[in-house]
Design a protein around this ligand. Sequence first.
Ligand code: G4P
Length: 292
Amino acid sequence: MAIQWFPGHMTRARRQIQEKLKLIDIVIELLDARVPLSSRNPMIDEILQDKPRMVVLNKSDLADPQVTEQWVNYFAEAGLNAFPIDASSGHRVGDIIPKAKFILADKIQRQLNKGINPRAIRALIVGIPNVGKSTLINKMAGKNIAATGDKPGVTKGQQWIKVGTEMELLDTPGILWPKFEDQQVGYRLATIGSIKEEILHIDDIAFYAVRYMAKHYLANLQERYGVQHVPEDLEDNREVVEIMEEIGRKRGCIVSGGRVDLDKASMLILRELRAGKMGRISLERPNEQEVF
Ligand code: G4P
């Protein structure tokens, strides 16, 4: 989370992953199910080249299941095998090995034809910080052995983690940078808590989140906070601020004089959104043209 991505870091991260690619059969590209494109590395195709891979949409417990389904289809149309998991609970983590066997079926068959007994499939998990790489490694390994912390540049001896008899995982995941030059991406990542709040102001992040919620999940806002205000035109910023103020008032985020403390309300909104308290929310949809 605390990585500062400078050009040198990016080059090193890329080189480290490319070194690891030589050792493995398949890449597990981990994305955040709530923001699959925004949590994707902009150079992923170039970095992975033609290495077999699957796209795994993590934290699907927090994402809108209908939108997740749309994303699965979106990736399928792009020729990528994608499916949702929840690495924390382990939900559908068990699908990873069968999916890998399916993707590598031709290669496995060729080995069998030559009379070679296929060895365990070697896999590497890659993804941007905070997407759940360590959680997934731990879940697949069945015990807490994944390296902690994201420290590009720290070199360690490669170790393989056995996942049953059919897969081996590299113990250190590949850490990639997000597409942070795009402001929309920045706001989405900040909303889910993957970008430090010092970079974007908390009020602006919450504003972004509430505007999106008011557009796509107004009922969730109303249910959670009893919000009465129904915005007519979300292009009008005052409409969004009015909702934020209403939430702040209802939750006692008040400064002396009775004014709503927008910073406090913003923190509350984001904390609850990230914890799934407003329901299962996706912040990005396939082919979404609008700016929020
Ligand atoms: P990383 O290695 O890719 O950087 O991510 P990491 O596994 O450290 O996970 C980042 C945060 O995301 C952790 O929360 C982790 O618990 C949470 N997480 C990972 N997978 C899932 C998932 O499928 N669903 C949900 N809801 N959360 C997930 P944290 O608050 O940073 O730490 P902690 O609460 O686990 O202590």
